[in-house]
Design a protein around this ligand. Sequence first.
Ligand SMILES: [Zn+2]
Length: 236
Amino acid sequence: MPPDVYSPQWSVFWYTCHMKKIFLVVLIVMIAYVIFVLINNDSGTIESQLVVTADQQPKNEPIDIKNNHILKPPLDRASERVTNKEFGVFITPSTSPIQPERFQGYHTGTDFEIFPEEFNQDVSIIAICTGGLISKRTVSGYGGVAVQACKLNNEPIIVIYGHLKLSSIANINDELETGQVVGVLGADKSIETDGERKHLHLGMHKGSTINLLGYVGSEPELTSWIDPCLYVCYDS
Ligand SMILES: [Zn+2]
């Protein structure tokens, strides 16, 4: 039975009854809040899992350009052929792996050697990218050279195929598809290679203005050149 409303016990009674209700309301609000947070966390986790599945790889992982194969090797067994002059190596007549040597500087391209059985065979060089053949001529230090204009990651690049037999090179302004024959290697130590051994010098540089330099005098000058082995030194 409730106490008389004017008695001192009334306020204690009132307080006890209402505090129970307030406590219940606060408890319900807290439980509702916890459920709300849990539901939101779950959907967030599912969403991020879906994003990872769709992208196939986390966003910050570096792109493996060697395995993307966006360009094609100019010859078969390309990686086995890079044994003498890699991109960027500093060459002098006294330290060069090729003797005798007449060049000096930082190598702007990659040299691909022939196998012994290819010495007397026609060795076809194929286009590493799709683009027009914009120049073919005899150049000192190269013999026959073919120059192709391509795009790499939507940026223009120039590709130089050095030491080719001039008469074998495709026609100027031909649109060469990746994998089409550019020409064949010039004969060993002949006018076709300007006296060099039978091999391919592959150069790649940024932009659309032809630069045929096979060597540059300083390392900073290499920045406008691209290391071909980042793209084409795999076995096709
Ligand atoms: Zn070279």
